[in-house]
Design a protein around this ligand. Structure first.
Ligand SMILES: [Zn+2]
Length: 376
């Protein structure tokens, strides 16, 4: 089979690899339907994380089961399945407590930008849909496997409740999905912090009632203006930078909660300030597995459409182009999925939410696309 391999920063190749095999009775092999490039894949691509030896990439997937190990009874060959970026047996103590992303048998997915993928812990990780869903649902289901599940966790961790006020910090793919989650959980006021015109528009369509473009102290002041002077009940931190965390903690009311799902980079929390703020703080990798049945239903019933965060679709063999487009922030509208497709999503900006973006979610002509400046 063929799949993406990173050789060095800026050097992702689509090459022939050994076909994955069942290694344990709890494994399954799936044929990829769609996969994507995540903002976190850009860390090694940009040389901000060591790449080490050449290795496969990708942690998001939906696909069709090809083969199962002897202990896998929950799914069978031919079924369309959605999983999580963190695999789980779904039976250990942490799984039973609903934190499947901290399963005692957890393995993180890392080989998904390929034609076939081995899924460890398949018995506990994969959830099959009823029949093979129409391709129009694949982007939404792919989002559920990571960014939508993560947005949901942000809302749950921040204790969003019916009638509550919520602030979403970050307007990347996770932040936009967090807006969807806050709305679904009944937040009455949803304040999205966003500076990008096209994302503000999408945030509004997803349910944001207010947009705050200011950052830092001004951003906090603006949130307080909108929340009776005290701050929001729930704050969903979807970036992971020090500035975003300060923004989040400052935007929560005394007794409110911050859910933080952006992978922290140089984030420090002051114990004294946290203590005196009366703000609750919870985060971590999202227990996506727990949400899968419910989120799959919401997507397939058309209630939510998180697939809209994808804005470029390519054949899988053009995976290197996908990385480049994401790195350079070129993008086109998502225009339909097909087997073995790769998608690029907005998570690109979650790690540096302030950098400008070129025409996100607005169509770029083929000519513009072809003449975009090369990566330097
Ligand atoms: Zn477990």
């Amino acid at each position: 089979m063929r799949g993406a391999v990173i050789h060095a920063p800026g050097d992702v190749r689509f090459e022939t690899l050994d076909d994955p095999k069942i290694l344990k009775p709890t494994d399954a092999i799936i044929r990829t339907a769609v996969t994507c490039v995540c903002g976190s894949d850009l860390w090694p691509y940009r040389g901000l994380e060591p790449t080490g030896e050449p290795h496969p990439m990708g942690h998001e997937y939906v696909g069709i089961v090809e083969e199962t190990g002897g202990a896998v009874t929950s799914v069978e060959p031919g079924q369309f399945v959605v999983g999580s970026f963190a695999t789980s047996d779904n039976t250990c103590a942490n799984c039973r407590n609903g934190i499947q992303s901290n399963c005692l048998d957890r393995e993180f997915m890392s080989t998904c930008q390929a034609e076939y993928v081995r899924i460890p812990n398949a018995h506990g990780t994969l959830v099959a849909t009823e029949g093979v869903p129409g391709e129009e649902f694949w982007p939404g289901l792919l989002a559920v496997s990571d960014v939508m599940g993560t947005g949901w966790w942000a809302a749950e961790a921040a204790e969003v409740k019916p009638g509550s006020s919520a602030v979403v910090v970050g307007d990347g793919a996770v932040g936009l999905c967090a807006v969807i989650a806050a709305k679904e959980m009944g937040a009455e006021r949803i304040i999205a912090m966003s500076r990008h015109e096209s994302r503000r528009r999408l945030a509004r369509e997803f349910g944001a009632t207010d947009i705050v473009t200011e950052r830092g102290d001004e951003g906090v002041a603006r949130v307080k203006d909108l929340t009776g002077g005290i701050g929001a009940d729930a704050v969903l931190e979807c970036v992971g930078t020090a500035q975003a965390m300060l923004q989040a903690l400052g935007s929560a009311r005394p007794g409110g909660d911050v859910g933080f799902v952006g992978v922290p980079h140089e984030v420090q929390v002051d114990g004294q300030e946290l203590f005196h703020s009366h703000v609750g703080l919870r985060g971590g990798p999202a227990p996506v597995r727990r949400y899968l049945p419910d989120l799959i239903d919401r997507v397939l019933s058309g209630r939510i459409d998180p697939g809209r965060v994808f804005d470029l679709t390519l054949p899988l063999e053009q995976v290197a182009e996908g990385y480049k487009a994401m790195d350079e922030r070129r993008a086109m509208h998502w225009h339909g999925a097909a087997p073995n497709r790769l998608m690029v999503h907005l998570a690109i900006n979650e790690s540096d939410a302030d950098r400008d973006v070129v025409h996100w979610l607005t169509p770029v002509t083929d000519e513009e696309y072809a003449t975009a400046p090369p990566r330097t």
